[in-house]
Design a protein around this ligand. Structure first.
Ligand SMILES: Nc1nc2c(c(=O)[nH]1)N[C@H]1C(S)=C(S)[C@@H](COP(=O)(O)O)O[C@H]1N2
Ligand SMILES: [Mo]
Length: 250
């Protein structure tokens, strides 16, 4: 996985600073000057990384919205999905594949056995509405660690059960968002099993991103090196339509 030190080391070397051979170099005044001049770079790199890693605001239960609307697909229209609803998702398996050492097929019971994170956050839809809700589920990072994410992977793609028009709904995020502590596969919403309208049996909560990145009805999580060779190449359903940007950070 990509952690803070790897990122900062990468940014530092991109700025021309190599840590190799520093024993000899640190005596040279030229190298000292270089180190000093690199300091603002590291400062800005830290700020940049800290910005991406910062937590979204979490709210007290008293702030939860009385109504959290269902937006976009309310229920995928395939017979396969209807059959899963009919037997309470007993046969549902969340597929985790692509650039992983150990592909997984996780039942709802498997997902419930991961340590659960609960968070009360605000969902912001680009259409101009927001709602505060309570979400519970395993951190995506824990699932990816169990699967043994390859160091060749740069993106995590979420394949959904619904299609809008002829196009399958999908979304993708980078590894900073994938391993963000508040990025979870939600199984529970407002203390109840995730309702169909909100993405049953599991939906992504990626709290530093706008509403449309929060993929509902997730059937498969795929780790990929690139996303420009998938569907229309823009990394998501709305992105492919030319409506919204891939990076929707808030
Ligand atoms: N699979 C899927 N995920 C989706 C959508 C959708 O239509 N299909 N709509 C997106 C949009 S635009 C928003 S605002 C939220 C709505 O989530 P909600 O129905 O829980 O309010 O889901 C997002 N994820
Ligand atoms: Mo949205």
């Amino acid at each position: 996985m990509i952690d803070r030190r790897t990122l900062i080391a990468g940014l530092a070397s991109a700025g021309g600073l190599s840590l190799a051979g520093c024993d000899k170099l640190d005596k040279s005044p030229g190298f000292r000057a270089l180190l000093q001049s690199a300091e603002p770079l590291n400062y800005h790199a830290q700020r940049l990384v800290a910005g991406r890693e910062a937590l979204a605001i979490e709210y007290p239960a008293s702030d939860m919205s009385p109504i959290f609307r269902v937006n976009g697909t309310a229920m995928p229209n395939s017979p396969e999905y209807a059959a899963m609803v009919a037997n309470g998702f007993a046969d549902y398996r969340l597929i985790v594949d692509g650039l992983v050492a150990r592909p997984l097929a996780l039942s709802l019971g498997d997902l419930m056995r991961f340590p659960q994170r609960t968070q009360i956050t605000r969902h912001d839809c680009v259409e101009g509405w927001s709602a505060i809700g309570k979400w519970q589920g395993p951190q995506l990072g824990q699932i990816l660690r169990l699967a043994g994410l390859s160091n060749q992977a740069n993106f995590i793609v979420f394949h959904c059960a619904d299609s809008i028009g002829a196009a399958q709904y999908y979304e993708s995020i980078d590894l900073v968002d994938a391993f963000h502590p508040q990025t979870i596969m939600a199984l529970v919403m407002n203390d109840q099993q995730l309702p169909v309208g909100h993405g049953a049996p599991t939906r992504l909560r990626v709290e530093r991103q706008l509403g449309y990145k929060n993929a509902k009805f997730v059937m498969r999580i795929e780790a990929r090196r690139r996303i420009d060779d998938l569907y229309k190449g823009m990394g998501g359903f709305w992105e492919d339509n030319g409506d919204y940007a891939w990076y929707a950070g808030i």
